[in-house]
Design a protein around this ligand. Structure first.
Ligand SMILES: C[S@@+](CC[C@H](N)C(=O)[O-])C[C@H]1O[C@@H](n2cnc3c(N)ncnc32)[C@H](O)[C@@H]1O
Length: 193
């Protein structure tokens, strides 16, 4: 199924994520066989976007998360657009990832960092840097003010967006920003050894 058909099948909420996710995926131009980690599965929209672009994705979230944002039926959505075979789910906490050093060619956090406890965010950045191969992109998409206007209508207690760079001090990362319609993205890369 192409992305235009997927937008029709998955509806308005997926559509809000689509444009910015699509822009970032095109910007990065990852290799077809890239090993990709998507942290914070939620509704699975970002993992589905990657899969619609032909990538295999490993995604996960903590089993202990009982918020409304976790344990969503991402699999039904992935099946509905024919990409469930490209998405593997494994439960984990981003502050203690069960992956070897330098396991991934790209690590994504789509709408996730502001849902992580403040005290764990520095550790989450460290884990992302540890598990990404040197020089590969670690992308944090956080909602901007346009998206917050929409989300606060339905979820008045939704947490404020996080600034990923506030948690990256001392990690020796280069930084690039890609602003979107609803999500702004900070891309970090560790210098190659
Ligand atoms: C709003 S959802 C993210 C949307 C999702 N990425 C998508 O594409 O549909 C927030 C996610 O962050 C996850 N999360 C919160 N704290 C986390 C942590 N410490 N480690 C990993 N994931 C976490 C939640 O379980 C939930 O899956």
């Amino acid at each position: 199924m192409d992305t235009a058909q997927a937008r029709e099948v998955l509806g308005e909420q997926f559509d809000l994520a689509f444009e910015d996710a699509d822009k970032l995926i095109r910007h990065l131009g990852l290799a077809r066989d890239a090993r990709i980690l998507d942290v914070g599965t939620g509704k699975g929209y970002f993992a589905i976007m990657l899969a619609l672009n032909g990538y295999s994705v490993l995604t996960g979230e903590p089993t202990t998360d009982d918020s409304v944002y976790a344990r969503q039926d991402w699999l039904t959505s992935a099946r509905a657009v024919g990409v469930d075979h490209l998405i593997e789910f494994k439960p984990f906490e981003a502050q203690e990832m069960p992956f070897d050093d330098a396991s991934f060619d790209a690590v994504f956090f789509f709408g996730v960092l502001h849902h992580v406890d403040q005290g764990a965010r520095t550790r989450v950045l460290q884990e992302a840097v540890r598990t990404a191969r040197p020089g590969t992109p670690i992308s944090f998409l956080e909602p901007n003010q346009e998206y917050m206007k929409l989300v606060l209508e339905h979820h008045p207690s939704h947490p404020d967006p996080a600034d990923p760079s506030a948690y990256a001090h001392g990690l020796g990362l280069s930084q690039e920003t890609v602003n979107g319609r609803f999500f702004d993205c900070t891309i970090f890369r560790r210098e190659a050894d």
